[in-house]
Design a protein around this ligand. Structure first.
Ligand SMILES: C[S@@+](CC[C@H](N)C(=O)[O-])C[C@H]1O[C@@H](n2cnc3c(N)ncnc32)[C@H](O)[C@@H]1O
Length: 263
């Protein structure tokens, strides 16, 4: 882990083989510096390199270092939300890997991500050629997602602050009458109170016949969500990831990536 500034030259170009004009590289560097300065006013930051277990693709992810301070702040949050956005979760890594292995699923599509956290999955979707609307409860997560996407995919996603318990009309407007063809969500089902709101929300924003790619590490609330989806006629396949994960404490974590199609 190092605290060096993001280096756009170290990231993969979103369209391999096409050189970027100098002016474009400078514009990306300037925007990375602006985003990084905004974030450093909020948090001390560090950078960690993540290698996706199956595709072997690498991402350089900036994240806060002082989780204790964030936990203190979270005590004042009206929804009692803990700062889970500040960590890199195996589910986000597995979902990014699934996108790296099957980029054609999202290439050219506008996809929605729920609970984007640090933005690794959004960066993988951008690298795969998608347009991305990344959403999260935490404004800091949205800024970090913009920074990490720009550093790793050379592009920023659109972002929207969202509490999925009270979905913003702006999200429903962005979904439009057709809905999103693909919705991504990694480790968003860890509180029982979120199962019904998230199930209602995906029913509103995934297009009929569209896909929900949900990565989850076997929590009870995810099992309840999946049972609701099965009963409502969602069908699909599932594949399991065993790591290796960057954090040795996650050694035993198994993530399932569900590819569910809305009826
Ligand atoms: C366990 S983290 C997973 C982050 C990321 N997807 C990953 O896998 O690394 C859960 C994410 O959901 C977000 N979240 C939690 N409750 C939320 C809510 N009610 N509305 C929107 N986002 C929420 C958190 O801020 C956090 O970024």
């Amino acid at each position: 882990m190092s605290s060096s500034p993001c280096n756009p030259a170290a990231s993969d170009a979103p369209e391999p083989g096409r050189a970027r004009a100098d002016g474009q590289t400078e514009a990306i560097s300037a925007q990375l510096t602006r985003l990084r300065r905004r974030l450093e006013r909020l948090e001390p930051l560090a950078e960690v390199t993540v290698t996706l277990p199956r595709s072997g693709r690498s991402f350089s992810v900036v994240r806060p270092v002082d989780i204790d301070r964030l936990l203190d702040e979270a005590e004042r949050d009206p929804e009692e939300q803990l700062p889970y956005w500040a960590e890199l979760w195996p589910s986000g890594i597995a979902l990014a890997d699934a996108l790296a292995l099957e980029p054609e699923v999202v290439r050219g599509a506008t996809v929605l991500e729920l609970g984007c956290g640090l933005g690794l999955t959004a960066a993988a979707a951008l690298r795969a050629g998608a347009e991305v609307l990344a959403t999260d409860y935490a404004p800091e997560a949205l800024l970090l997602t913009r920074l990490n996407c720009l550093a790793n995919a050379g592009r920023e996603p659109s972002t929207l602050r969202l509490n999925w318990r009270r979905p913003s009309p702006r999200l429903l407007a962005a979904a439009g009458p057709a809905g999103f063809p693909v919705v991504l969500a990694a480790d968003v089902l860890y509180e029982e109170r979120d199962v019904e709101p998230l199930f209602r929300l995906v029913g509103e924003v995934v297009a009929p016949g569209g896909l929900l790619w949900l990565a989850e590490p076997g929590r009870h609330s995810a099992a309840r969500f999946l049972a609701l989806a099965r009963d409502a006629g969602w069908r699909g396949s599932a594949e399991t990831w065993d790591g290796p994960w960057p954090d040795p404490l996650d050694e035993r974590v198994r993530v399932t990536v569900h590819r569910l199609r809305r009826p």
